[in-house]
Structure formats: C-alpha cells, structure tokens
Design a protein around this ligand. Structure first.
Ligand SMILES: [Mn+2]
Length: 354
C-alpha cells in the first residue's frame, strides 16, 4: 500500500489504523512509505502487534512518541508528511509540528482508497450484515406491548455478540410510533402500544467492519395511510436496488429514490440522503445524496435507505447495506422487506409487492 504522491503518509486515526493494518489498537500510528508499512505502538500492544503484523511484512516498532517518525524521515530523506486533516485535532497538529516537518493533507486520497473494498473486507462486511440480520429475525417474536425501546435495543445488541460480533457499529435506534418520525430518534423509555410502528436501525461490528440495516415493522393493525407510505418507501428502495450501477454518481443514485417518492407525493417527507459508504466507519465515502459527485465503483459498499417521516404520526425507513458487484447493486441482506405485522397471536409478513 502506498500513496504515490507522498514520501510518507502518517495515519493516526483509530479506524484508519485498523484499515491499513487489519489490527485494532487504541494507540499508535502507522507510517506508509515507498519502502513499506510500519506501525509504532506502546508496550501494551507490542507483542500482539508483532505476532499479527510481522508475518504480513509490516514492521512493528516499540514507541510512544514521534521519535520513530523523525528517525524514519531522516533515514528516507522525507521533507513533507501527509496526514488526514479531517481527522487531526488542533492539539494533535501542534504536537506534530514540534517535529519540525511540513504537513500536507491526504484526506481525499485516504477516503477514496478506503471506499473500494478488497475481497477480504467484503467478506467481513457480509458477515457483519448476516449477524445483524439474524439478530433482527431473532428478536421479532419478543416484541410485545409495554416493552420499552431500550429493552428492544438491548435484546438486539445481546444477540450481536451471541452470534459472533464484537459489538454495535453505532448506537442502536429503536423508535416506537411517532418517535419514528424523527429519523435519528434517541432510543429511550417509551413503551410500545397497540397500533404503532416499530422502527429499528441497527448494525454490528465484525473484525472491525460495520453493518447497517433498518426495518420498520408494525405492532397491531396498520391503517391505509401507513401501508401506502410503506409501499412508497419499499418501491423507492427496490428501484434503487434495481437501477444503481457502477459509473453512476451518488447524486444520480439518490435521485432514483427522491424522484420516485416525489412522484407519489412524499417528496418533502424524505428528509435525508439515500445512503453513505460503509467500512471500518459506519459513515464513510462516498455519499449518495443530492451533493454526491463521486462515482460508484466496483466493490464500493454503501447503504440504500430511503425513508418517509410524517411528523406526529410515524416514520418508515427501509435500509440494506449493499455493494457494487460485477457492475451491479448487490445487497448483503437476504430479507425481502415485506412488512412484518405483529398481531395478537401471530406474526405475519405482508407482501405488498407483487
Ligand atoms: Mn445508514
């Protein structure tokens, strides 16, 4: 791995270190030069790092300050160090400047590089999605009247680890009824009542890689207004799945859902972007929004998450994590997104699409 434009790229961000090393630590930094990759880390991680990284040809150096960095620069005659300005704090930059070197921004190269996944990364992302989906299916029968949003989140998160994940990829969003009209509602103590929707937005981490999935279920008997809106969001989601291809910009992908929902009268109720890149970070490059100029490429991973939010009533979002495979959209999820209706004594799947 090297950045052709730079003599030395310095990676300090935790998620980016994980990406470049395939090794997780809460400390240390990575140096990428034309000679190869080096990881500087303190005594807490040194033996684990040596064991994991040296067989892959990554040099592991014991250190807790920037002296290994300055030594490397002197040895290689490096004058300028590339860093990610968007992930550097003011105090971090002050400390770096004391080394006496010049710093340039490599943030766009880094995010672009990270956006196209290797086959190993795709496998981890797929596994993270499979675990999340399995946990979701497993908790559906537990949904009952009087249960709180937090209780449902807890049931889901417990299963992530039970099924092999290391944790959540972001704070689980569970929203009942009108709470679901707030796209990023903060999961709380609201109790589930009859005839409310249940919006669940969740994901887990597998080997450092994130999954992201949203389903909106119905507890009780859905009315016409809800069914109509659900079908609109579902058809927007499916249209995106069928029409997103490599070579399209994020903006064009977003427009598929946006125009479809507008044609059905829900334009102003789709208040966020269609999707975002997913990797070691839950939100990364590229963005699928009206501002998304980046082109979708093979092995880019992103979410497809149209939504409709009716203030004071309900909210609906249907989200899969997906990627571009052989030029086409491919979902990591198996679920067909038919509406889950939780009734008195039975759970049914309402097929709204023919
Ligand atoms: Mn998402």
């Amino acid at each position: 791995m090297n950045f052709n434009n730079y003599d030395l790229a310095l990676i300090t961000d935790e998620k980016q270190r994980q990406y470049f090393l395939g090794f997780h630590s809460t400390a240390g930094y990575v140096m990428i030069t034309k000679e190869g990759t080096s990881f500087v880390v303190d005594s807490r991680y040194i033996s684990a790092a040596r064991k994991a990284l040296e067989p892959k040809g990554i040099e592991v150096i014991l250190g807790a300050d920037f002296s290994p960095l300055t030594q490397k620069c002197q040895k290689l005659g490096v004058k300028t160090i590339a860093i990610d300005f968007t992930n550097t704090t003011v105090s971090g930059l002050e400390r770096l400047k004391k080394t006496g070197y010049e710093f340039v921004d490599a943030s766009s190269e880094i995010v672009e590089l990270m956006s196209v996944k290797s086959d190993e990364e795709i496998a981890c992302l797929k596994k993270a999605c499979q675990i999340a989906e399995k946990a979701w299916l497993d908790v559906i029968p537990l949904i009952h009247e009087g249960m709180t949003e937090r209780e449902l989140a807890n049931e889901l998160e417990y299963r992530f680890k039970k099924f092999g994940a290391s944790g959540t990829s972001f704070d689980t969003i569970i929203a009942f009824g009108k709470n679901a009209a707030v796209p990023h509602h903060e999961t709380g103590d609201t109790k589930l009542r009859k005839n409310q929707c249940v919006l669940m937005d969740f994901g887990c981490l597998y080997k450092g890689y994130c999954s992201d999935m949203t389903r909106t279920l119905f507890f009780g008997e859905p009315n016409e207004k809800f069914l109509k809106a659900y079908l609109a969001v579902l058809t927007a989601h499916v249209k995106c799945a069928e029409n997103i291809v490599a070579g399209m910009t994020g903006k064009e992908a977003d427009a598929i859902a946006r125009e479809h929902l507008a044609s059905l009268g829900y334009g102003k109720f789709f208040t966020h972007s269609l999707g975002h890149g997913i990797g070691v970070n839950i939100h990364e490059f590229p963005t699928l929004s009206p501002k998304g100029e980046a082109v979708l490429k093979e092995n880019m991973v992103f979410s497809n998450e149209p939504g409709v939010y009716l203030d004071g009533k309900f909210g609906i979002r249907i989200e899969d994590s997906a990627y571009i495979s052989n030029g086409k959209y491919k979902s990591f999820m198996k679920d067909d997104k038919s509406l889950v209706v939780i009734g008195e004594n039975k759970i049914t799947r309402k097929k709204l699409l023919r």
